[in-house]
Design a protein around this ligand. Structure first.
Ligand SMILES: CC(C)(COP(=O)(O)OP(=O)(O)OC[C@H]1O[C@@H](n2cnc3c(N)ncnc32)[C@H](O)[C@@H]1OP(=O)(O)O)[C@@H](O)C(=O)NCCC(=O)NCCS
Length: 141
């Protein structure tokens, strides 16, 4: 993700989330952490993923796919790519939080064999909802 991608990224973010990230949050991910976009054959941004790698642990902070391009395995490709990159950087675990009602995302994570390791009470606003905490061990044995 580049800063010049932000108009397209923010448009997707606003389309999908009731409490969307603002530009500054993406800028911080671009400057200090990991931020990737998925681009289609027309050079349009159709999805993105961001997170923080701290020591052995990657915190997946955001993953989203434009509504018109969902169910085409774009999130799957984004996750596969980041897992490949993280393995080369000796990352051992990926953590994420997800709204308890977000079945699409939970199904996606379960396909990657993320497991639920906890719950954060009333973690989300707009609407208030609990978060599931999920973890995937990616260390190659
Ligand atoms: C969750 C999200 C990123 C998935 O993106 P996507 O590119 O459509 O996902 P994929 O096509 O790679 O789907 C892979 C698998 O995830 C599951 N899945 C994805 N969307 C689903 C849905 N709407 N309902 C049920 N399962 C779903 C399915 O198992 C799917 O495999 P299948 O299509 O063979 O059945 C997308 O729905 C999205 O952007 N949602 C809004 C933002 C969001 O909630 N982000 C996660 C925050 S924690």
């Amino acid at each position: 993700m580049l800063k010049t991608d932000l108009p397209q990224v923010l448009a997707i973010e606003q389309q999908l989330f009731a409490d969307p990230w603002q530009a500054g949050m993406f800028t911080e991910e671009i400057d200090k952490h990991e931020a990737w976009v998925a681009i289609n054959e027309l050079n349009q941004i159709v999805g993105y993923l961001t997170g923080w790698l701290v020591a052995d642990d990657f915190s997946l902070n955001n993953i989203a796919v434009d509504k018109s391009f969902q169910r085409k395995k774009i999130a799957t490709k984004l996750l596969k790519e980041i897992i490949k990159k993280l393995r080369t950087r000796k990352c051992k675990n990926i953590f994420l939080v997800v709204r308890e009602s977000n079945l699409a995302a939970i199904r996606l994570y379960e396909k990657f064999q993320f497991v639920i390791i906890g719950k954060k009470k009333e973690y989300y606003q707009k609407p208030v909802e609990d978060a599931l905490v999920m973890k995937l061990e990616i260390e190659e044995k």
